[in-house]
Design a protein around this ligand. Structure first.
Ligand code: DX5
Ligand code: ZN
Length: 223
């Protein structure tokens, strides 16, 4: 079972001087969620946004805000992100000692709980907590930067992730993130992904609205 299709443009790729304008363009094109890449310079070699970005976006849209925390000790940010208006809170299992406890804490704060797996992280991390997942994020690049190439080995992992969710947690979203473009989205969709993060594909394009529409179309024509 897949739960429809969601396109989640990542504001990592926006021109920050035109944040409101570019987010509006993506939403006009049918963006379902707004993805926010939170990096702390420790879990990944880059530094980006915090709860203030979530709060700013919350003034721009009622759509779900999809926070992806590439930070150590993500538990420190559950409360402030919930207060700022985040809808989905996804973290990496290597970043915290008590993964299951944090998934519960995220839900207690009214957000959907997601677990993100790096390309080199086995799916078994998710298996152990599958009943607690609202979302499983299969990284299709090594996190830290936008505009990287989709790793071809990801497709098989997406397939295995879909089987895992189909057997144990069919209502959870299966998200992919990294190098999602017109060229790669169909393979990820066919393998079972239903939620697609796209940074540069959307915001480096001359027409973000059209690009969102086109990404969705590329999924639909392959069904
Ligand atoms: C990678 C981030 C991604 C990134 C995707 O560390 O988690 O969300 O913004 O960017 P693109 O779509 O440009 O690969
Ligand atoms: Zn991300």
């Amino acid at each position: 079972m897949t739960n429809g299709i969601r396109i989640a443009p990542s504001v990592l790729a926006v021109d920050l001087t035109r944040l409101a304008e570019q987010v509006a363009q993506a939403l006009e094109g049918g963006a379902d969620w707004v993805h926010v890449d939170v990096m702390d310079g420790r879990f990944v070699p880059n530094l980006t946004f915090g709860a203030n970005m979530i709060a700013a976006l919350r003034t721009l849209t009622d759509k779900p805000i999809d926070a992806h925390l590439m930070v150590v000790e993500p538990e420190r940010y559950i409360e402030p992100f919930a207060a700022a208006g985040a809808s989905v809170f996804t973290f990496h299992p290597e970043a915290t000692v008590h993964v299951q406890r944090q998934l519960e804490a995220v839900k207690q704060h009214g957000m959907l709980a997601g677990l993100a797996l790096n390309p080199g992280t086995p799916l078994t991390y998710a298996e152990e907590v599958v009943a607690d997942l609202d979302l499983l994020l299969v990284m299709t690049v090594n996190p830290g930067f936008g505009a990287q190439n989709y790793l071809p080995a990801s497709t098989e992992k997406i397939r295995r992730a879909r089987s895992l969710l189909a057997a144990h947690r069919p209502q959870a979203f299966l998200e992919v993130d990294g190098g999602i473009t017109r060229q790669t989205i169909a393979a990820a969709h066919q393998a079972g992904a239903d939620t697609f993060v796209a940074g540069n594909a959307v915001f480096a394009s001359a027409d973000p609205a059209r690009e969102v529409h086109e990404l969705r179309r590329r999924c639909l024509v392959t069904v």
